[in-house]
Design a protein around this ligand. Structure first.
Ligand code: TRP
Length: 441
């Protein structure tokens, strides 16, 4: 069975909440246990720097997210679990991709366009407050993905455009420098609807309506009891449609439990009882993981070690690819230039001089190319020694100074040395002689 590589990054700018769990962590951990899948999950801390300027928050979030994924059952020895900033190849590849990334395409990125639109609405300069980092965000993300030749990238809808850009940059690079990258596909988990938050809108840090995944039970209960509901009294039938409470329940219940909850809605369950039922469901699923989380978060040294181990494992893949890419684009060891030259030398050195004596008693030679084609034929010399001296002069200076004089043959300086063979160009002779000149130097 061909292996599918699945890769996704988690920006380290916040605390994992129930929406992250149901929408990303839970399906990812389940997928990582499937046969034929290689999973790459990483902490996108470089990306966090675009969103927050609070260093303590980046560090705290990195610890919390790492502990959360591990507490939720991710097995670091079965997957590739690492921190983006531990992989120098990521930033190196980002620059290589920058050269093929169309600025026009980046202009059309949703996040950047939204910033420009806000500026225009406010009568500001288009790029006011926009960092080059925000603009380049999709290139960094493409590097994350292309570096590990991921086939499939599970992301939210808002990230699909970024995956398309990664395909675009990868394809351009492949076109210019040869096939190096796999072009990734976005995988949107259709079955996992985005969870609503406390106010009924999508649960998101930016709406400040989240329920932290590992809030202590008392806080979890308090938050669940603050979920917005309508004003129907106990005994009145409730609508499951559009009920944030119901949707949250569904995300943590079996189909049977969900059916029973829907009947309770129809039967007029009071909101207090419904909220208690939701708390019980969520806590039942989360409690064992919370215990592991609390243990892990108390041991940052161990988490650091796990991430470093993960980085070593990831770099085993990343480093050789970067080496190939550097070579592909021309960032090369200069000594390979000498090797390339001596290669050429080896080839042209196969050209050779053949000496012989004619019936006229004089000594002649021919220059033969590697494949045996005759390149030139000498004039006659009185002795083998004279012929040898002429050959030596040709080897030494011929590549540069040999000229073809129309009707008067080949000349080395003032001396006539021979004739071009039929169908041969002086260039061919010069190339063959150049090899000898190099040999002598
Ligand atoms: N930009 C993604 C987000 O905000 C996080 C991310 C960074 C990512 N690099 C990635 C996701 C590579 C998938 C693949 O959600």
């Amino acid at each position: 069975m061909p292996v599918t590589r699945v890769l996704t990054g988690i920006t380290t700018s916040g605390t994992p909440h129930l929406g992250n769990y149901a929408g990303a962590i839970r399906p990812a951990v389940a997928a990582s246990r499937r046969a034929g899948v290689e999973s790459f999950y990483f902490l996108a801390d470089y990306h966090a720097l675009i969103k927050t300027f609070d260093p303590a928050r980046v560090q705290r979030s990195t610890l919390e997210i790492a502990a959360s994924w591990l507490a939720c059952g991710l097995e670091p020895d079965k997957v590739w679990f690492y921190r983006q900033s531990d992989i120098p190849e990521v930033t190196e590849l980002t620059w290589l991709l920058t050269g093929v990334a169309g600025k026009g395409l980046l202009n059309r990125a949703h996040a950047y366009k939204a910033a420009v639109d806000r500026n225009r609405a406010a009568g500001e300069d288009d790029d006011a407050g926009v960092s080059a980092g925000l603009f380049m965000y999709p290139v960094l993300m493409a590097a994350d993905i292309l570096l590990f030749k991921a086939h499939s990238v599970p992301v939210g809808r808002d990230q699909v455009q970024h995956i398309e850009m990664a395909r675009d940059f990868g394809a351009r690079f492949n076109h210019v420098y040869g096939e190096h990258f796999v072009l990734p596909e976005a995988a949107i988990e259709e079955s996992v609807a985005t969870l609503p938050g406390l106010d009924g809108r999508k649960m998101s840090k930016s709406y400040d309506n989240t329920i932290p995944l590992f809030a202590p039970p008392a806080e979890l209960r308090k938050l669940i009891f603050s979920i917005v509901t309508d004003s129907r009294a106990p005994g009145e039938a409730k609508d499951t449609q559009g009920s944030a409470l119901f949707q949250l329940y569904q995300a943590f219940a079996t189909p049977e439990q969900t059916d029973a909850f829907a009947r309770a809605y129809a039967d007029g369950i009071g909101w207090g009882d419904a909220k208690q039922a939701l708390f019980d469901r969520v806590d039942a699923e989360v409690a064992p993981m919370r215990a592991r989380y609390d243990e892990l978060i108390a041991k940052p040294v161990e988490i650091e070690a796990i991430l470093r181990e993960g980085a070593l494992k990831a770099r085993k893949i990343a480093a050789p690819l970067l080496e190939a890419l550097r070579h592909a684009v021309g960032l090369r060891d200069l000594r390979t230039q000498a090797a390339a030259k001596s290669d050429a030398k080896a080839k042209s050195a196969l050209a050779q001089f053949k000496q012989y004596r004619e019936k006229d008693g004089q000594f002649y030679f021919k220059l033969l190319a590697a494949d045996g084609t005759e390149l030139m034929q000498s004039v006659g010399h009185a002795s083998p020694r004279d012929a040898g001296e002429c050959i030596a002069a040709l080897k030494r200076d011929g590549a540069v100074t040999l000229r073809h004089v129309a009707g008067a043959g080949l000349h080395l300086g003032a001396q006539r040395v021979g004739e071009l063979a039929g169908g041969t160009h002086i260039e061919d002779v010069a190339i063959a002689l150049a090899a000898f000149a190099q040999e002598g130097s």
